[in-house]
Design a protein around this ligand. Sequence first.
Ligand SMILES: C[S@@+](CC[C@H](N)C(=O)[O-])C[C@H]1O[C@@H](n2cnc3c(N)ncnc32)[C@H](O)[C@@H]1O
Length: 265
Amino acid sequence: MAVVSSEKTKELTRAQFIKLSGIVYRESGIVLNEKKYNLLMARLVRRMRKTKISSVSDYIRLLSDNNDEFNEFIDEVTTNHTFFFRENQHIEFLVNTLDNNKPLKIWCAASSSGEEAFSIAVQLLEYSFKFSIFASDISDTMLKKCRKAVYPVQRVKNVPRSILYKYFQKGKNRWKNYVRVKPEVRQHVQFAKYNLLSDKPFDTYDIIFCRNVMIYFDLRTRKNVVNALCRSLNPGGYFFTGLSENIHGLEHGLKTVLPGGYRKP
Ligand SMILES: C[S@@+](CC[C@H](N)C(=O)[O-])C[C@H]1O[C@@H](n2cnc3c(N)ncnc32)[C@H](O)[C@@H]1O
């Protein structure tokens, strides 16, 4: 395996790569194969700079001694890319299909920085649904962003203007390129840390979104995650995955209702 850093101490040997990718896999389920060597290296170097540690072996030692740094490292290697109204056909399907008189309990199970949960919330509010959303993620950094609910304007470029004006506050002065989700939307969404791999669901839901995270998992992890989530889905409830993910071949007993959309009989 090639060495990518000029500094000898920042070399990541094959054994260290295997060790670190094993840590990531066991903690998050994310598979970092050898094609992800540069990605892991880049993110590792970032953490080493932050912690002012110059050798990979010292950093690996720190990971086993320091729980905070362990969490920071897992945060660093997760991919958090998301934006408002991403793969919005799932939400359009819900508002067109469901009765807005029946209160909905929704779980957004890998919510990253919150855009997905708030996209769901503003549209359900727009169509006068009664609902609560539990939004979770493995990353503390992302959960902080969720709770702040402040986003650069580029993240909301897919949000229709009428919804933007109604449910978002425009920043002023140094925040002029940011928007904040209004409190009347935020009050419908609760955020908490939840690891899809190791935590046990504490409630049941009418709708579960688990989108654009299972692409990073192997088949065994996908199977376990889907089984656990399906157990917390109420009969007749809906389950959504990302459009490029597929849960075919897993024994989940769900009926496909649209691409990436399933219903529990
Ligand atoms: C690419 S984002 C997807 C965000 C959003 N669901 C969407 O579709 O835009 C993937 C998220 O999954 C989270 N994640 C990765 N592994 C996880 C795990 N084992 N448990 C919970 N969340 C996890 C990451 O922290 C990241 O925020």
